[in-house]
Design a protein around this ligand. Structure first.
Ligand code: PLP
Length: 398
């Protein structure tokens, strides 16, 4: 075989995407609750301002820097200053996306066959990011008891089983798809484990600006962590609703000597690719400013759709169709009876009601009984789709 084992992916469509494609081709109108691309969700983007932020002569000069342009990193520093967090631009590396940032960090931290610990449920990209970098994934559990928690015992057990093999704990904060924000006591316990087993922490904060409410029990950004070697990831894909601009960042923090070593190694990795284009770096200070308006539109939308999710029910039927409570983020989770698999629920909702949702298994839920929906859709579409789901599930109860 000419190709590598690691690219030997199963590429057939699944039943759900096959059905979706065939219904679309037949002209059926589908309420697509899987859309998480903000540029397709009817937000009002200040197009002129965005495009004019790219009209800048500085983009005509190539001034390669493995960290990214200082002016762009200063804009990232300003983004954190507004959160009362002080970040040194020399601790920042710009990347073309958060996904690329993960890949860079897996290369920095892991030898082939070593592992990183990720949450379960989890968003699906990790599997590919890990395979492409010859890294193994180990999953620690999140559990729900009216709110989501990190199961610290499951993390501890994984560590004990894999001493010497695991290199980093990944925390998505707030988490995709559960919307869980990490609580202070959980973070403390995770840091303790990282210290004990000499692991780095990778915190993915791409949804940090999307909390439904403030809450003192949660940690804020980890961009100024000083104890443990910590890599904090974010970018304009989610914070400004601009995934097409392709700009993310890594902030390195922790104890000085290990941070310096990490920075020197990252400089060589990033210098090898220099993957972030100059125009987007030059535009970044303006994009981050313009992005605040887009961010607030998105925040209003997700809050309103989350409220719809909480309040839509069928008063005439005792429905087991109820939302899980969440702290923020772009997704909602609907609990459905386990009388059918998630995939069957998703297939039936698509076929009978024309509503397209993610089955929970797509996000690696351990058990059946969960559907995942994007909160980004326009309110009226979201409302109609959720009522259709509730009605269908209620009427299907045994
Ligand atoms: C939690 C999380 N992190 C990272 C990403 C990827 O972001 P980017 O567009 O910056 O690669 C996604 C995309 O959905 C995500 O959900």
């Amino acid at each position: 075989m000419i190709f590598s084992q690691r690219t030997n992916w199963h590429r057939q469509q699944n039943k759900l995407t096959e059905l979706f494609d065939s219904l679309r081709k037949s002209g059926r109108v589908i309420l697509d609750l899987t859309v998480s691309n903000p540029t397709e969700c009817g937000f009002s983007y200040p197009q002129k301002e965005i495009l004019s932020s790219f009209e800048n002569q500085s983009s005509m000069v190539y001034d390669p820097n493995p960290h990214g342009l200082l002016s762009a990193r200063q804009a990232v520093t300003e983004y954190y200053r507004q959160k009362n967090i002080s970040v040194d631009p020399s601790n920042i590396f710009l990347t073309a996306s958060t996904s690329e940032a993960y890949s860079t960090l897996f290369k920095l931290l892991c030898n082939a066959g070593e592992s990183v610990l990720v949450q379960k449920p989890s968003y699906p990209l990790f599997e590919y990011l890990a395979q492409i970098n010859d890294v193994e994934l180990q999953q620690y559990d999140l559990r729900y008891d009216g709110e989501w928690h990190v199961d610290i015992e499951s993390l501890n057990n994984l560590m004990i089983e894999n001493i010497g093999k695991s290199k980093a704990i990944v925390i998505v904060n707030p988490h995709n798809p559960t919307g869980m924000f990490l609580k202070k006591d959980e973070y403390k316990a995770i840091k303790e484990i990282a210290r004990q087993y000499n692991l780095a922490i990778i915190v993915d904060e791409v949804f940090i600006d999307y909390a439904f409410e403030d809450d003192e029990s949660r940690i804020g950004s980890t961009a100024n962590e000083s104890d443990v070697l910590t890599f904090t990831l974010n970018g304009i894909s989610k914070s400004c609703g601009l995934p097409q601009m392709k700009l993310g960042w890594i902030i390195v923090n922790g104890q000085r000597s290990i941070v310096n070593e990490a920075i020197e190694r990252l400089q060589i990795i990033c210098d090898t690719f220099l993957s972030v284009n100059t125009p987007v770096q030059v535009a970044l200070p303006k994009l981050l400013t313009i992005g605040k308006n887009i961010q607030s539109q998105i925040l209003n939308r997700i809050k309103s759709n989350y409220t719809t999710l909480l309040t839509t029910h069928n008063p005439h039927l005792t429905s087991q169709c109820s939302p899980l409570l969440s702290d923020g983020g772009w997704y909602g989770i609907i609990r459905v009876p386990r009388t059918k698999s998630d995939e069957e629920w998703a297939l039936q909702l698509l076929e009978k009601k024309g509503v397209y949702v993610y089955p929970g298994y797509f996000f690696d839920f351990t058990d059946d009984g969960y559907l995942v929906v994007s909160l980004l859709l326009e309110n009226s579409i979201f409302q109609k789709a959720v009522s259709d789901i509730v009605e269908y599930v209620s009427l299907s109860e045994p």
